[in-house]
Design a protein around this ligand. Structure first.
Ligand code: GLA
Length: 347
């Protein structure tokens, strides 16, 4: 039996932390961006494979990549035209996705260096970062911690906390791309997905939610009972055309803002299963539609479209400009908290 522990080593100027539990499940995390650069889990025959996309050589994470494994903030997903108003003052952010602001801007939480400390009472680490007032255009000194805890029931718990000294907006997520086959030359279309969501947020041509909730019934967005990600992904559907596949936020059925099971993914061939629990209102499913075979894969070759999927638990995109959405405002004296668990098993 392997003793639960946390170790660290340096490579190419980056620190890599390894968490391992008593079943041998292991996770590697970088101080850069809090990037999860590997998750090794067994299939139904006990064969361990790395199930998250990323790079073999960590130095590649210093270059351009689509948020592989990173913590995303201060505001995950899009803010229309990079503008919002708080307490009568308009703030302007980088327009780094067409005319919209995406994933916290040009140097978001995915690109900064985090302080990392082992946790005292749990098998895990705490990452800390203080974003200065005005950084990427956002108001307030924002102190953020993210805990990664690996439990002995094979769950990665991600726990976020933040405090500010000026009223601001916040929306944090984890941007891991999963492929439960562990073979990144394979597409994820055969993975069976179930989402605990009766509604999703339809988007405009620039991928900003139009504001209403849309029932998933009778649409390709219905994952309320398990179906393969690929079954309807090529349907003739305006929303799928805009995203070039799934790149939408589902409204998780969670009237009491508790930690609920929001998603279950099953890869029939390997038996690997991942359940996602969260207290967040939204879940962005992104099927790596814009991956274009330019980045080298850990298992050889390059990453192509649909070589991974992200389940980004979060508040709703563009919430600062959409009063009907749950608020993303954080005031001085308050503590933002959010929690998401990824539980790995086999069937
Ligand atoms: C999110 C967005 C996508 C894309 C990816 C990163 O999932 O919704 O449109 O920007 O991040 O490539």
């Amino acid at each position: 039996m392997i003793k639960p522990n946390v170790t660290s080593h340096e490579k190419n100027g980056l620190s890599i932390y390894t968490l391992i539990n008593e079943y041998g499940l292991s996770i590697e995390v970088l101080n850069l961006g809090g990037i999860i650069c590997s998750i090794n889990t067994p299939d139904r025959n006990g064969i361990f494979k790395d199930i998250v996309l990323g790079f073999k050589d960590p130095k590649h994470y210093l270059g351009e990549h689509p948020y592989f494994g990173a913590i995303v903030g201060r505001f995950a997903n899009r803010i229309a035209h990079g503008k919002f108003t708080l307490e009568g003052k308009e703030y302007s952010l980088a327009q780094n996705n067409g005319t919209n602001h995406l994933h916290g801007g040009l140097s978001g939480f995915d690109k900064v260096f985090w302080e990392v400390e082992p946790l005292e009472n749990e098998n895990g680490i705490q990452l800390s970062y203080t974003s200065k007032d005005g950084e990427e255009g956002y108001p307030g000194n924002l102190s953020v911690t993210v805990d990664y805890v690996l439990t002995d029931d094979n769950t990665l718990q991600v726990k976020y906390q933040a405090q500010t000294n000026k009223t601001t907006v916040i929306n944090l997520t984890q941007h891991s791309y999963f492929n439960l086959s562990g073979d990144f030359s394979k597409q994820i279309l055969d993975h069976e997905l179930e989402l605990n969501a009766d509604n999703y947020l339809p988007i405009d041509n620039t991928q900003i939610p139009v504001g209403n909730y849309q029932s998933v019934v009778g649409t390709p967005f219905d994952f309320s009972t398990p179906k393969t990600i690929g079954r309807d992904i090529e349907d003739k559907n305006k929303q799928l055309e805009i995203g070039s596949g799934y790149d939408h936020c589902w409204v998780i059925n969670n009237p009491n803002n508790e930690i609920v099971k929001a998603a279950e993914v099953y890869h029939p061939q390997s038996g690997r299963t991942m359940d996602v629990y969260t207290d967040q209102p939204g879940m962005q499913l992104y099927t790596a539609n814009f991956m274009d075979n330019t980045l080298p894969s850990k298992t050889g070759g390059t990453y192509g479209p649909r070589s991974g999927f992200c389940l980004e638990t979060q508040h709703f995109p563009n919430a600062p400009n959409e009063p009907s959405f749950p608020t993303t405002i954080l005031n001085p004296g308050e503590t933002f908290t959010s929690e998401t668990w990824f539980q790995f098993s086999v069937k």
